[in-house]
Write a protein that binds this ligand. Structure first.
Ligand SMILES: [Zn+2]
Length: 323
């Protein structure tokens, strides 16, 4: 079945409203007065820029982000530092591979680094409108190839998209719904995600295995997996699914949460096609459906969720349908 993609990817609501249980922004109560906008470097004025940059090198990323809130000028100086070669080399760590510790756990240090970096960018771009913020941030992160949809040659051994997701989550935590819709649209334009999704939902399951895997990894690692609040995960999953007809939503849900092969990490379609399957391999799907059902998102009625489950469980005929 051919599906049309809404050109705006996600419908932006007319009025701003905050989702009830989203955290409030660090800055939502901050009133920026004219006197604060009359920026000053204070005692830093005496320092040449090079020395200021040297001082920044001795500060942790968290401390740099605190410093960026001192004044507009200090914040601008920090933005300038980020774009210097030494600043970007220090801040945009790219050691995303081979991060497994001897006991088999993954090293979370780099994830924590990108959490702090998300906060730094959130703070130093605070005064820009959302679109400008996103453009600036994209320009800065563009050199990190593992942050791109198909930018990494070994995506299953890479923490790049997870770090990108952690960064995005910290950046956008507490933003209102309208701004989050803008972020999703921006990411769709950047990655061409809707067109890629259209390619997989309109072809036979498993015929574009690499693309299915990339879509899964991008959606899970960059968009869905790092939220502390389930309502945030539900919001982002809704953005991914809602532009599509129900039959395609079921396909996408299976690609993103369905069972995968332990050998090559690719989506296993036989599990659904060959009849009864083992419960653990469907846990991901069950959790995703539960997320849409229990978080009380107004965009999912009980009927919607039941139809989605119907599409998935009676899915043999749909899943095998060639578009
Ligand atoms: Zn990588």
């Amino acid at each position: 079945m051919a599906s049309r993609v809404n050109s705006s990817f996600t419908l932006i609501p007319n009025q701003k409203h905050r989702r009830s249980n989203r955290r409030s922004s660090y800055f939502s109560n901050t009133v920026i007065t004219d006197s604060q906008l009359l920026s000053t470097l204070g005692n830093f004025k005496a320092l040449p820029l090079e020395i200021f940059h040297m001082i920044l090198r001795y500060l942790s990323v968290k401390d740099v982000s605190m410093l960026s809130m001192v004044s507009k000028t200090v914040s601008q100086h920090i933005i300038d530092y980020i774009s210097t070669s030494s600043g970007s080399k220090r801040l945009l760590l790219q050691d995303f591979h081979n991060l497994e510790l001897p006991d088999g756990r993954q090293d979370s240090t780099i994830l924590e680094h990108y959490r702090s970096l998300g906060l730094l960018f959130k703070r130093c771009t605070l005064l820009l409108p959302t679109k400008e913020r996103l453009k600036y941030i994209h320009k800065t992160l563009a050199e990190v190839s593992c942050f791109k949809f198909s930018g990494c040659a070994a995506p299953l051994q890479c923490l790049g998209l997870s770090c990108y997701g952690m960064f995005l989550q910290t950046l956008t935590a507490g933003w209102d719904e309208l701004e989050c819709h803008r972020v999703y649209n921006f990411l769709c334009e950047l990655t061409n995600l809707p067109r890629k999704m259209q390619a997989v939902v309109c072809s036979k399951p498993g015929s574009a295995r690499k693309l299915e895997l990339r879509i899964r990894l991008f959606c899970r690692n960059a968009l869905l997996d790092h939220w502390t609040h389930r309502s945030d995960s539900a919001f982002w999953l809704t953005r991914i699914l809602k532009p599509w007809p129900m039959v395609n939503q079921a396909r996408l849900l299976y690609i993103i949460f369905g069972p995968i092969s332990p050998q090559d990490g690719q989506v296993v379609w036989q599990k659904m096609i060959e009849g009864p399957t083992d419960e653990p391999s469907l846990k991901g799907l069950a959790d995703a459906i539960k997320l849409l059902y229990d978080t009380g998102t107004k965009e999912w009625t009980v009927d919607d969720v039941i139809s989605l489950v119907d599409e998935l469980s009676g899915s043999q005929k749909h899943l095998l349908k060639v578009g």
